[in-house]
Design a protein around this ligand. Structure first.
Ligand SMILES: NC(=O)c1ccc[n+]([C@@H]2O[C@H](COP(=O)([O-])OP(=O)(O)OC[C@H]3O[C@@H](n4cnc5c(N)ncnc54)[C@H](OP(=O)(O)O)[C@@H]3O)[C@@H](O)[C@H]2O)c1
Length: 280
C-alpha cells in the first residue's frame, strides 16, 4: 500500500510550543514531518531533549527572551505542559500574544475559563483533549474554541492538531469531561482488556508468554482492522460470530448482565465525574 504523504502545514508567522515533553514532542515531530521549517518554531522548555537540541542547530529558537517582535510574529502558542505547571507556565505567555495570536492548550482539566483569566483579555483560545496514540500520530483530539477564535484560527488549530491524528470539534466545553473519560482515558481501558485477555488465556491453560503475545497481537490487529475498515465495530463483530460457535459462546457472557456494556458505562460515568471534579 502506498504511504500517503501528510498535508503540508502552512503557517503565516511563527509557532511557539510551551512544553516539549511526550505530547508536545509528538506534535513537534508531526509539524516538522509536515514541512514546517525549524526557524519558524520557538520552544519554551526547561529540559529540552536531544531532538529539540538538534532542531535548535537547524534554526529553532530555544528558550529565547521574547522581545516586542514576538507578539506580532506568533501565529499560535501551543501549551503542552502538565496541568499542575499551568499557574507558573501560562502567565508569562502574555509576552507572545499579539492581536492575531491563537492559543491552543492541550492541558487536561484546564478550562477555557482558567486560560481566559490567566492570559490577556480578548485572547483567542482553543482547548483540545488529545489521547496517548497521538505519540505515534494515531491519536484523536476533541477541540472547543472560545468566542474570540476566528475561522482562520480554528483552521490553524485543526491543522496543528492533525499532526498527531484525527480532530473533532464540539461547541460545548462541558462535553470535554465525557471526551476525557472516553478517548482521553480510553487507551488504558484497551490495555486493561489486553491484560485481562492474557490472564484469561493463562487460566484456560496457555503458557503465560504465549497468552500475552496472543492477547497483544489480537488487540493491536483488531484495532488496525477497525482503523482501516469502512465497517463499524458492531458489523465487524457480527461478521466474526457464527451462530452457536465459540465467539458466540464468549459474547453471551460478555454481552449478558453485568457484561461489557454495563461495566464500561459505569467506568466512563466515573471518569466523567472525576474529570468534572478536577477541572479548573
Ligand atoms: N500523555 C497523554 O496521553 C495526554 C493525553 C491528553 C492530554 N495530555 C496533556 O498534555 C500535556 C502534556 O503531557 P505530557 O504527557 O506530554 O507531559 P510531559 O511529558 O511531562 O511534558 C510536559 C513538558 O513541559 C515541560 N515544562 C515544565 N514546566 C514548564 C514551563 N514552566 N515552561 C515550559 N515547559 C515546561 C516539562 O519539563 P520537565 O520535565 O522539566 O518538568 C515537560 O518536558 C498535559 O497537560 C496533559 O494533561 C496528555
Amino acid at each position: 500500500m502506498a504511504v500517503r504523504k501528510p498535508h503540508p502545514l502552512k503557517i503565516i508567522g511563527s509557532l511557539v510550543l510551551v512544553g516539549a515533553g511526550k505530547m508536545g514532542g509528538a506534535m513537534l515531530d508531526g509539524w516538522i514531518a509536515r514541512g514546517l521549517v525549524p526557524k519558524r518554531i520557538t520552544i519554551v522548555e526547561p529540559q529540552p531533549g536531544k531532538a529539540v537540541k538538534a532542531l535548535a542547530r537547524r534554526g529553532l529558537k530555544l528558550n529565547p527572551k521574547p522581545g516586542p517582535k514576538a507578539k506580532a510574529d506568533a501565529a499560535a502558542i501551543v501549551i503542552a505542559v502538565k496541568p499542575q505547571t499551568a499557574p507558573e507556565a501560562v502567565p508569562p505567555l502574555g509576552l507572545y500574544i499579539g492581536k492575531s495570536t491563537l492559543v491552543l492548550s492541550i492541558m487536561a482539566g484546564r478550562t477555557i475559563g482558567f486560560l481566559e483569566k490567566t492570559l490577556p483579555p480578548g485572547t483567542a483560545i482553543v482547548r483540545a483533549m488529545p489521547n496517548l496514540p497521538a505519540s505515534i500520530g494515531l491519536g484523536i483530539s476533541v477541540a472547543v474554541a472560545n468566542a474570540k477564535v476566528s475561522a482562520r484560527q480554528r483552521k490553524l488549530a485543526g491543522d496543528l492538531l492533525a499532526a498527531i491524528g484525527k480532530v473533532e470539534w464540539v461547541g460545548d466545553e462541558a462535553l470535554i469531561d465525557a471526551v476525557t473519560a472516553l478517548s482521553g482515558s480510553g487507551p488504558a481501558y484497551v490495555f486493561l482488556l489486553t491484560e485481562a485477555m492474557t490472564k484469561a488465556g493463562i487460566a484456560a491453560g496457555l503458557p503465560a508468554e504465549l497468552a500475552a503475545r496472543l492477547a497483544r497481537e489480537t488487540v493491536a490487529g483488531s484495532g488496525e482492522l477497525l482503523h482501516r475498515s469502512a465497517l463499524d465495530a458492531a458489523t465487524l463483530r457480527q461478521n466474526v460470530t457464527s451462530p452457536g460457535g465459540t465467539t458466540a459462546a464468549a459474547l453471551e457472557v460478555l454481552m449478558g448482565p453485568g457484561g461489557f456494556n454495563e461495566i464500561l458505562t459505569k467506568a466512563i460515568a466515573a471518569a466523567t465525574k472525576r474529570s468534572r471534579e478536577l477541572a479548573g
